[in-house]
Ligand binder design. Sequence first.
Ligand SMILES: [Zn+2]
Length: 62
Amino acid sequence: MAFQKFEGGSKKDFSPRPMIKGNWKCSGCNVEITELPFEPAADRPIYCRECWSKKRAEKLEK
Ligand SMILES: [Zn+2]
């Protein structure tokens, strides 16, 4: 059985994060994004969920 270890965070704390509404375009696939779970930085590309997880996967491969 695989058991993922999370460092420095308890799973108890499960407060729903407020979604930030807006109108962006994904820098990866150009899909429209109307809400984000975090405040987008103006100087950074914005990615949709799919592209975001792809990016994360790429990083983890290294
Ligand atoms: Zn995308």
